[in-house]
Design a protein around this ligand. Structure first.
Ligand SMILES: Cc1cc2nc3c(=O)[nH]c(=O)nc-3n(C[C@H](O)[C@H](O)[C@H](O)COP(=O)(O)O)c2cc1C
Length: 341
């Protein structure tokens, strides 16, 4: 049903407009009594629950950051079967993001390129919505992903992250420092160990008892991945998320001119699968068993989720395949996992 709808209608709509339409449907799915009906069809089985970060996740599979940037879809995404939702990236200051168009489908590759640029309503608005969401009778685990405000200089990044952390950590089940999006100038440079150490230490102190994770790019080389993983353990973080989108364009089947026409931005979806799995393995090799590793990048099916769990992921996230597979995606994955566990 959804593949047909996608082929005939949705793929012709502007991708960002299609996302807003989808968001409306998801919000409705989170409102009672619709939510209870939806949940009956989508709820993960009891065998799928995962204990991590001192929390219970109903499913190991969750929504990666960037899908619910403004904390408006938490209940709906939970009703659709996701065990957690990582909201954001939230920045201390509200900001419009990059000019449109900034989201492009590469259908032949089951991928997208985005240069959204952290469009979001800012930390204060996110905090107000998180307070409401926490009062909901049922909700998934909510992670909050924070990033640097664009107008803040890279040298002042720590103060900016700490400002968001102070406001949002008390309202988050876990907090994520995002230093890996390609669409904020200078952001990925914060992944250099000598810059990252003081940043992570300061945010960890500001986060208090809320578990803190760091999210990394797939474009780091293998030694950098290992160094950051060791640093995250040393700095007392609870975990790491691998990976964000890639700036690479290699191995695509989409016509090169169409890829070039999309322009700069992060590539996500199926082409990211191999490197995301490699980075997961590299991280898992150097961190202790209790350290949480969340794998993201190119996950499409239950068998992909199973593969990541087998490679050492504690939890798994996805975004791009949601755009291609539609609202019942988490249900399909949960069902697939139930049959095989
Ligand atoms: C349109 C779009 C926006 C994104 N925005 C963010 C973001 O704000 N913060 C972030 O940490 N990751 C963001 N991501 C990256 C995803 O969270 C995820 O790490 C990446 O897309 C790989 O997973 P996927 O292949 O399942 O999409 C975004 C991805 C997409 C496609």
């Amino acid at each position: 049903m959804y593949p047909l709808l996608f082929r005939t209608v949705l793929s012709r709509l502007d991708p960002e407009f299609a996302h807003h339409l989808g968001a409306l449907v998801i919000r409705v799915a989170g409102v009672e009594p619709v939510a209870s009906v939806v949940r009956r069809a989508t709820a993960p089985g009891p065998d799928q629950s995962v204990q991590a970060l001192g929390l219970t996740f109903d499913s190991p599979f969750g929504v990666a950051a960037g899908f619910d940037k403004n904390v408006t879809m938490g209940r709906g995404l939970g009703a659709l079967g996701f065990g957690h939702v990582e909201v954001g990236t939230v920045t201390a200051l509200p900001q419009p993001g990059n000019p449109k168009p900034r989201l492009f489908r590469l259908i032949a590759d089951r991928a997208v390129i985005n240069r959204m640029g952290f469009n979001n309503d800012g930390a204060a608005a996110a905090a107000a919505r998180l307070r409401r969401l926490r009062r909901a009778r049922r909700r998934p685990v909510i992670g909050v992903n924070i990033g640097k405000s664009r107008v803040v200089a890279v040298e002042d990044a720590t103060t900016d992250y700490v400002r968001s952390a102070r406001l949002l950590a008390p309202l988050a089940d876990y907090l994520v420092v995002n230093v890996s999006s390609p669409n904020t100038p200078g952001l990925r440079g914060l992944q250099a160990v000598e810059t990252l150490r003081p940043l992570l230490t300061a945010v960890r102190d500001a986060a208090g008892r809320t578990p803190l994770l760091v999210k990394i790019a797939p474009d780091l080389d293998d030694d950098e991945v290992r160094d950051i993983a060791r640093l995250a353990v040393d700095a007392g973080l609870a975990g790491l998320i691998a990976t964000n989108t890639t700036i690479s364009r290699s191995g695509l089947t989409t016509d090169a001119a169409a890829v070039a026409a999309a322009g700069a931005g992060g590539l996500s979806g199926a082409p990211l699968k191999e490197r995301a799995t490699e980075v997961l393995r590299l991280v898992r090799e150097v961190v202790p068993a209790e350290f949480v590793v969340i794998s993201a990048g190119g996950v499409e099916t239950a068998s992909d989720v199973r593969e990541r769990l087998a490679a050492g992921a504690t939890l798994v996230q996805g975004y791009t395949a949601f755009l291609y597979r539609g609202p019942l995606w988490a249900r399909q994955i949960n069902r697939g996992l139930s049959h095989t566990r």
